[in-house]
Write a protein that binds this ligand. Structure first.
Ligand SMILES: [Zn+2]
Length: 441
């Protein structure tokens, strides 16, 4: 089983929505992995380097050194290019390259200087005591935005991911338009508009391929951290490095964000000088928001757009109602069962024979977004790429996500002979084995 980025994110979303338990030894909160996540799914996540509950405990000197070394791979211009691409077409993790680059080049050499009440360094904000789940960090980089508030270990993890990627994303026409549109909205806000209303204004124009307002707010915090939305007293990183303790001073306790954004409003405006320093190669003039071009790629074709629109996996609360054609009693030949697999996709199996509480089943053609009804069924067998495949399944009537949807159906069409061997499996394995016959699942 291999998982694409969106499938990895959906699976992690399912796992990370579960409760956590505090692990004293790791000094970290572990997420309980829900029962409906299979060993194969976990292995597939592990193969991508994104298995849940994968902890690292960053050390102070090493983290700063690694951040600087990683950031040297790219120029400021390349980081700006990745940033613009990340506004729409490229995965959002690329936005962290610019913040990482600016922090790495401005952070001073310093001794670890923790607050008296915690293990967090007052200069760089690194918490050296607690375990960090690197997969959860990756999940946030793609679904939320840059590591706030300038978290240096979060940036190390993001830069490691990007360093492993061979190619820097190139901004497309629509990415470039999006940069100008974001700046246009910010330049034309009513006087004294604060960050919360500014995020709403960006969301109203649907300038990012997300429906989540916190992603827009993260973008504002990022623009502030780099120095596009700074104030004379609270500079961003392109102007000067400010310590974590300095950034953490806020006008009042209700302000959720750090400086510079905490102190910024629309009357301060955009720092056009810094904008030119970072994005000098791009046209940053205003656009007409009324004449918005057609997004290309479509929002649904971006990683975040696809992630938000695709249905979740294993949503326990939404077990579908019994099929009207399910009938009653135990499995018998001629029954068709629907099997829910990853990403809210359903496939079906035909029951050829029942013997000693075991059912010889075979996948049928068709992948369905919801549990299919009798009228949706396609009575043609679905072979593996080389030959037909059947198994002898136990427990088909007592397995979650395996539901009978029709009875007394005629034998399915097949163009190849029956397989010679029929292995035994638990019916729950029908979920992950589906990928053998449906390679695109
Ligand atoms: Zn420090």
């Amino acid at each position: 089983m291999t998982l694409d980025v969106v499938q990895q994110l959906k699976l992690l979303q399912h796992i990370y929505s579960e409760s956590t338990i505090w692990d004293e030894e790791l000094r970290a909160s572990r997420h309980n992995v829900p029962e409906d996540v299979s060993a194969e799914q976990l292995q597939a996540l592990e193969a991508t380097g994104h298995e849940p509950n994968h902890f690292e405990r960053p050390q102070h000197e090493e983290t700063i050194r690694e951040l600087r070394t990683l950031a040297e791979r790219w120029t400021l211009q390349e980081a700006a290019q990745a940033f613009v691409a990340s506004l729409w077409s490229a995965p959002m993790i690329w936005r962290s390259l610019l913040t990482g680059k600016l922090i790495a080049t401005s952070i001073p050499d310093h001794e670890y200087d923790p607050y008296s009440s915690s293990h967090k360094c007052q200069i760089c904000g690194l918490d050296v005591n607690d375990g960090v789940d690197t997969s959860l960090q990756w999940y946030w980089r793609i679904t939320n935005g840059t590591p706030l508030d300038g978290d240096i270990f979060g940036h190390v993890l993001a830069l490691r991911e990007m360093a492993a990627s061979q190619e820097l994303p190139v901004p497309c026409e629509y990415d470039r338009w999006t940069l100008r549109a974001v700046l246009t909205v910010l330049r034309n806000l009513p006087p004294k508009t604060r960050y919360s209303k500014a995020a709403d204004a960006l969301k109203k124009e649907q300038l990012l391929p997300t429906k989540k307002v916190y992603v827009y707010r993260d973008l504002l915090e990022t623009l502030a951290l780099i120095g596009i939305l700074e104030t004379p007293e609270q500079p961003g990183m392109i102007t000067a490095f400010t310590s974590y303790a300095e950034r953490d001073k806020r006008p009042n306790t209700r302000v959720e964000v750090q400086a510079p954004l905490a102190w910024w409003d629309s009357s301060v405006g955009i720092n056009e000088h810094n904008l030119n320093l970072i994005f000098g190669e791009f046209d940053c003039s205003d656009v007409s928001l009324e004449n918005k071009p057609e997004p290309k790629p479509l929002a649904s074709e971006t990683v975040i757009g696809a992630f938000e629109s695709r249905r979740g996996v294993g949503t326990k609360a939404k077990v579908p109602k019994k099929s009207p054609d399910a009938g009653t009693g135990e499995v018998q030949p001629g029954d068709v069962y629907a099997v829910k697999v990853l990403s809210g996709s359903w496939v079906t199996v035909y029951c050829h024979e029942v013997k000693d509480k075991r059912t010889i089943v075979e996948y049928l053609d068709g992948v369905f977004p919801d549990m299919p009804g009798k009228e949706d069924l396609i009575l043609t067998v679905r072979p593996r790429p080389d030959e037909r495949w059947q198994c002898s399944a136990i427990g088909i009537d007592s397995t979650s996500w395996v539901r009978r949807v029709a009875r007394d159906m005629p034998a399915p069409n097949a163009s190849q002979p029956k397989p010679e061997s029929v292995p035994f499996h638990a019916a729950k394995d029908l979920r992950h084995m589906a990928s053998w016959c449906f390679p695109d699942l």
